[in-house]
Design a protein around this ligand. Structure first.
Ligand code: SF4
Ligand code: SF4
Length: 379
């Protein structure tokens, strides 16, 4: 088989996009992997690939590795087909291309260092704020009963600081989403198509395409397992439970007039505890999976971004659980400063972290669901 050519060849903005187009051309002639995931059926609906199409396919890929292991043209074959690695690079570069504001796009380049510095700075500011508002002994005194946390930081200040950080994260993420949606040339109306949204929610919540075509993700030993999908679930649902806990606690405060900390059996604490456990187990599992993956499947240059985000989620879960366990002891003040500093750092870096992969992948699944339905209707 000689290497095929696309019918309509397009000049691309980067070497990784050029390579992605080359591979999609080979794969479109081969089609051996069409049952493995959504990427190959989406590819088969196209005869030429714009930058936006390739970025869409990159974000649709779940990096299970199955198409690399199954491929008869993978290295050392002269075609050197490595779809997971190429799409991983395309995907990571797309995060930077869509970042808002543009001036912050370089944060994706040395992401591990940038996130570490921001978190260290925010923990320091919270510590200094606690001490500056009272005196150094406030960190080591015991505080208990309703309103104990607010003796270290007034509730209104806490709401203002975290509300502003969260609002910024939402605005920056929405602007990045707009850039993605424009680049892939998809109309806004797709986002209100109920059937496509519902299909994407089902596919994303079950991580349908992280199963390597039914066998699991591949590690160094080429033995597929479902561990990556399991730990993704721990992480994703842990994050959602923590978010639900915080939202419910806000309602308790403003609607019911009940001040944190709450007893262990109260719903915000139960949700937060389950979420915290998920955020400890999930990121550890994903970190271990990452270490045991075949380097040929990974974008090694951006491993720091993946690890920084896992570390942030892990620290959020761990410091939250420690705060729950030790909240009636003199360690509470220090733990509260560290926990708030980590959560603030997490919020503020969300639009410039691996967090964005979840949003772009979900949107890619929405587009795929729409395309699939239109294609099936025509067929
Ligand atoms: S990855 Fe390899 S086997 Fe799979 S469709 Fe592409 S060329 Fe064919
Ligand atoms: S790595 Fe997995 S999800 Fe990505 S293209 Fe290959 S088979 Fe599909």
């Amino acid at each position: 088989m000689s290497e095929p050519q696309t019918l309509a060849r397009i000049a691309h903005a980067s070497a990784s996009l050029e390579e992605a187009e080359r591979l999609m051309t080979v794969c479109n002639s081969c089609r051996y992997c069409e049952g493995l995931c959504a990427v190959f059926p989406a590819m088969e609906m196209r005869r030429s690939f714009s930058d936006g199409d390739l970025n869409y396919l990159g974000n649709l890929c779940h990096s299970c590795g199955a198409c690399y292991v199954d491929c008869q043209f993978s290295p050392p074959h002269e075609f050197s087909v490595n779809v997971p690695m190429t799409l991983a690079v395309v995907r990571a570069e797309s995060y930077q291309a869509y970042a808002w504001p543009r001036a912050f796009a370089p944060l994706f380049e040395r992401n591990g260092l940038a996130v570490s510095l921001l978190v260290a700075l925010s923990v320091t500011i919270f510590l200094a704020g606690f001490v500056g508002w009272h005196d150094p002994s406030v960190l080591w005194n015991s505080h208990s009963g309703p309103g104990a946390f607010y003796r270290l930081m007034p509730h209104n200040v806490m709401v203002a600081v975290f509300g502003a950080a969260f609002l910024y994260a939402i605005v920056a993420s929405l602007m990045a989403v707009r850039n993605f949606w424009t680049d892939i040339d998809e109309p806004a109306s797709t986002l209100v198509r109920g059937q496509s949204l519902w299909q994407a929610i089902k596919d994303a919540s079950s991580l349908r395409y992280l199963d390597g075509g039914g066998v699991g993700c591949y590690g160094k030993d080429e033995k597929p397992t479902d561990n990556r999908r399991l730990y993704h679930h721990f992480t994703f649902y842990g994050f959602l439970l923590c978010f639900a806990s915080t939202s419910l606690a806000t309602l308790y405060h403003y609607l019911l007039g009940l001040e944190a900390p709450y007893p262990w059996y109260d719903l915000p604490v139960v949700l937060g505890t389950l979420g915290g456990v998920g955020l400890v187990i999930g990121p550890i599992g994903l970190f271990v999976s990452k270490q045991t993956r075949d380097p040929a499947l990974q974008d090694e240059a951006r491993k720091g971004m993946d690890i920084a985000f896992l570390a942030m989620l892990f620290l959020t879960g761990l410091t939250g659980l420690l705060l729950l366990i030790l909240r009636a002891t003199p360690a509470m003040g220090l733990l509260l400063a560290v926990h708030l500093g980590v959560v603030f750092g997490l919020f503020i870096t969300l639009p410039y972290s691996k967090f964005m992969h979840g949003i772009y992948r979900f949107l890619a699944l929405v587009r795929y669901a729409k395309e699939r339905r239109s294609h099936d209707d025509l067929g």
